[in-house]
Design a protein around this ligand. Structure first.
Ligand SMILES: Cc1cc2nc3c(=O)[nH]c(=O)nc-3n(C[C@H](O)[C@H](O)[C@H](O)COP(=O)(O)O)c2cc1C
Length: 215
């Protein structure tokens, strides 16, 4: 059985209806993109997101562009008891990997608790193409696109998100814990949840300073 998903698949219930639509209001797209904010895990209130919404978020990750259709994104979703497992694992690993002289008790405590205020933590992983024909950077770029799809979908549903890549993100031990193979990668956690506090403002310098226009 093919595991590829077509736009008219029934796996996302409202999709076939939506595919009749020619376009969305560009203002809506602008709104979602410009109102996506990173909400720190400590600002999340522990309220649960319905799993159906999380599946919509994951579904949209799956529609990211992917050179050669390698679809390298793999996601490990932690929620409920799973969050405790992840929290204990990362705190213990921090303790194991940190020399006594640089060990910080408050960081250890943070690692024990920071994921617990999220509703779901999606660990962002990459499955490296078996043949390695594509440059790895293109797989990483596809992953980044998939994460942005998730963050924007979350925003559209009123869900807060935060991509965190600190702590034990790039360790071999985390890869083992997640069941990744040697050439696979982990790029951090996408924390999802709700917050009672307004998101922190964000800013960008003008796009004109980053664009060269020819012709
Ligand atoms: C690949 C990636 C990794 C990130 N890792 C962290 C992180 O470890 N800690 C952190 O505070 N923010 C992290 N961020 C979020 C940025 O800090 C955030 O996007 C930036 O502050 C701008 O805020 P905004 O997203 O609300 O506009 C990461 C963002 C990306 C794209």
């Amino acid at each position: 059985m093919s595991d590829t998903l077509k736009l008219d698949s029934t796996s996302v219930s409202s999709l076939s209806e939506d595919s009749e639509r020619k376009a969305v209001d560009p203002e809506d797209v602008n709104w979602v993109i410009r109102n996506r904010r990173s909400t720190k895990p400590r600002c999340l209130n522990g309220e649960k997101i319905e799993d159906e919404i999380v599946w919509q978020i994951l579904e949209n990750a799956n529609w990211a562009p992917t050179h050669g259709l390698t679809q390298p994104w793999r996601f490990k979703v932690f929620t409920g008891e799973g969050l405790h497992t992840l929290a204990n694992f990362q705190a213990d690993l921090y303790k194991k990997l940190t020399p006594e002289s640089s060990f910080k008790a408050d960081k250890y405590k943070r690692m024990k608790t920071n994921v617990l205020s999220a509703s779901h933590v999606i660990v962002i992983c990459m499955k490296r193409q078996q043949s390695e024909k594509l440059p790895e950077v293109e797989e990483i770029e596809a992953i980044a696109c998939s994460v942005q799809n998730m963050a924007l979908t979350a925003t559209a549903y009123g869900v807060c998100s935060f991509w965190g890549s600190g702590g034990v993100t790039y360790t071999e031990e985390l890869k083992d814990f997640l069941g990744l193979e040697e050439r696979d990668r982990c790029f951090g956690y996408l924390y999802l949840g709700y917050s009672d506090t307004p998101a922190k403002d964000s800013s960008r310098s003008p796009i004109q300073s980053k664009v060269e226009w020819f012709g």
